[in-house]
Design a protein around this ligand. Structure first.
Ligand SMILES: Cc1ncc(C[n+]2csc(CCOP(=O)(O)OP(=O)(O)O)c2C)c(N)n1
Ligand SMILES: [Mg+2]
Length: 577
């Protein structure tokens, strides 16, 4: 229903009127965009109030970057663009990091920012929060649009939605100048100007010849491997993907956010035999995974000496041959492509040789057995393994909880140790390895799914979004934040050999992050052993109360940059200690 603003006062000219404020709200609602993550201020404060009054859920954050990350992961979880709302210039810039992150990670998101007066901005006459936001946003997103007239709001939002979700999803910027909100127009004409986007992300059916070629290559494999990326998780084609992987009989390796698409404890899962399968596979099928740095670009030491053939399934044709030759490119959306593959496989697909499957199984079982005793230690202060062993069991017992994870050691070790059992339950730093997604992701995960959220955060990682614990308390969200507090970045033991200032990687020793949560009425716990940690997390997950657990980790337990220390530049002049 149209959200009519007012009637004209003029006698004899009575007509229903609407305005920019109401048209934006109507356009969002018409397209099912019912949640906004943002920070209020000029010129969007009243818009936020009105949207809330009109039934849109408007979540106010303490910093736009966190609201932006929330919107980006909402997009990943729902396949609808997550909406972030900010003020002009500084608020816009704070949101921009998340918009670029959404684009890089292929999450659909729309950053809507209010902006200052065009006439003044374009003549650079020094308006309040003056900035040519559209020009700045353009290189960082899939598309950027500005709406100048109330009658174009419907089309503007329709374009933004389509750009965000169609093809390879990504971030879209929508610039709404202050004046637009107050523009008045005839209500009927306003309603007619709105656009309900039909089939926003149309299926992209792969060419049958490309499907056949891919299956021919897969069939020829002696040691096949399937790699599932977060694109496969995003597709929400969970049953088809599971059927395909099982029918192929091939070992599969989930990328971080694809963990749980098939359970990590599935007999074909090669997660615990990663280096073996990457080295020894002769045919590798990528499903919604890119050959970027996370897969060592498909070449070099990680991939071993043996020649490999790559099959790649991706919605973006440009992805093919990005790093190495793809002998069987299949361009299409993942749901359509995987069902086409399943259809074309027929009913008598031959499983890979027992030799290959046994090699992978043996490696996996050996690695799991090696790790097992370390996960059961009850050391105090804790090491990563003791603490993560406890969290692994908790997630196994609560497989529908959502795990948010960031840090260096805290990230890399949790990724390897905590098994995931259901699709889209692991949300983490993504393609850039960015710190700061934690509280924004946790808030959106709770809001969008209604499931309990367990956030496993390095103490440094947490600091990037820590103030949002107030937001978590304000909205009473079922979020349990566990901070792996090792007094610093990677380790808490560095000393500055040159002077009085602390080393660059250490924080105040013995900090009590749990007190932050108590300041806002949440539950704070200081846990010094795996047993204490287990009790506190279970209590938080049972109660659903906002909780922050300061998990005291041995400051000497971590390693530089977690598992990616090799990416640090080295000089021949100055060998690192
Ligand atoms: C936005 C951003 N800034 C800086 C970094 C560099 N960085 C990578 S990991 C990390 C923090 C690691 O420390 P912590 O979160 O405490 O995890 P730990 O290794 O100590 O468990 C930082 C600052 C980054 N990845 N992203
Ligand atoms: Mg740390």
């Amino acid at each position: 229903m149209l959200n009519t603003a007012a009637k004209t006062e003029a006698p004899g000219a009575e007509q229903e009127l609407t305005d920019g404020f109401h048209l934006i709200i109507d356009a969002l609602k018409l397209n099912g965009l019912d949640t906004i993550y943002g920070v209020p201020g000029i010129p969007i404060t009243d818009f936020g109030r009105m949207a809330q009054a009109a039934g849109i859920r408007v979540l106010s954050f303490r910093h736009e970057q966190n609201a932006g990350y929330a919107a980006s992961i909402a997009g990943f979880l729902t396949r609808k663009p997550g909406v972030c709302l900010t003020v002009s210039a500084p608020g816009f810039l704070n949101g921009l990091n998340a918009l670029a992150h959404a684009t890089t990670n292929c999450f659909p998101m729309i950053l809507i920012s209010g902006s200052s007066e065009r006439e003044i901005v374009d003549l650079q006459q020094g308006d309040y929060e003056e900035m040519d936001q559209l020009a700045i946003a353009k290189p960082l997103c899939k598309a950027a649009y500005r709406v100048l007239h109330a009658q174009d709001i419907g089309i503007g939002l329709a374009r933004a939605i389509r750009a965000a979700v169609s093809g390879r999803p990504g971030g879209v910027y929508l610039d709404l100048p202050a004046k637009l909100f107050g523009q008045v127009m005839n209500a009927d004409a306003g309603q007619r100007s709105l656009v309900k986007v039909i089939d926003a992300a149309p299926a992209q059916i792969p060419a049958p010849a490309s499907v056949k070629r891919a299956l021919d290559v897969l069939k020829s494999a002696k040691r096949p491997l399937i790699i599932l990326g977060k694109g496969a998780a995003y597709a929400q084609a969970d049953d088809a993907i599971k059927n395909f992987v099982e029918k192929s009989g091939a070992p599969f390796l989930p990328m971080s956010m694809a963990k749980g698409l098939l359970p990590d404890l599935h007999p074909q899962c090669a997660g615990a035999a990663r280096s073996t399968v990457l080295k020894d596979a002769d045919v590798v099928m990528l499903i919604g995974a890119r050959l970027n740095w996370l897969l060592s670009h498909g070449k070099g030491k990680t991939w071993g000496e043996l020649p490999k053939k790559f099959i790649q399934i991706d919605i973006d044709p440009k992805e093919m041959d990005s790093n190495v030759e793809i002998v069987a490119p299949v361009v299409g959306d993942i749901a359509s492509t995987v069902s086409a593959l399943l259809d074309a496989m027929g009913s008598n697909w031959t499983a890979p040789s027992a030799d290959w499957l046994d090699t992978v199984k043996k490696k996996r079982d050996d690695n799991v057995a090696k790790m097992a005793p370390r996960l059961m230690n009850n050391n105090s202060p804790m090491d990563y393994h003791g603490a993560l062993g406890v969290l692994r069991t908790i997630i196994k017992e609560r497989p529908d909880a959502i795990l948010v994870n960031e840090g260096a050691n805290t990230l890399d070790l949790a990724r390897g140790i905590i098994d995931m059992h259901q699709p889209r339950k692991r949300l983490d730093v993504g393609t850039w390895g960015v710190m700061g997604i934690g509280m924004g992701y946790a808030i959106a995960a709770a809001v969008e799914t209604g499931k309990p959220v367990l956030c496993v955060e390095g103490d440094s990682a947490f600091g990037f979004s820590g103030m949002e614990v107030e937001t978590i308390c304000r909205y009473q969200l079922p979020v349990c934040v566990v901070i792996f507090n090792n007094d610093g970045i990677y380790r808490g033991t560095d000393v500055n050999s040159a002077g009085a200032d602390p080393a660059t990687t250490v924080f105040v020793k013995g900090s009590r992050y749990d007190k932050m949560m108590e300041a806002f009425g949440g539950v704070g716990v200081n846990a010094t052993s795996p047993d204490e940690l287990k009790r506190a997390v279970n209590a938080a997950m049972d109660s659903g109360k906002p909780t922050l657990i300061n998990a005291v980790i041995d400051p000497a337990a971590g390693s530089e940059s977690g598992r990616i220390g090799n990416l640090n530049p080295q000089s021949a002049l100055q060998k690192k200690k």
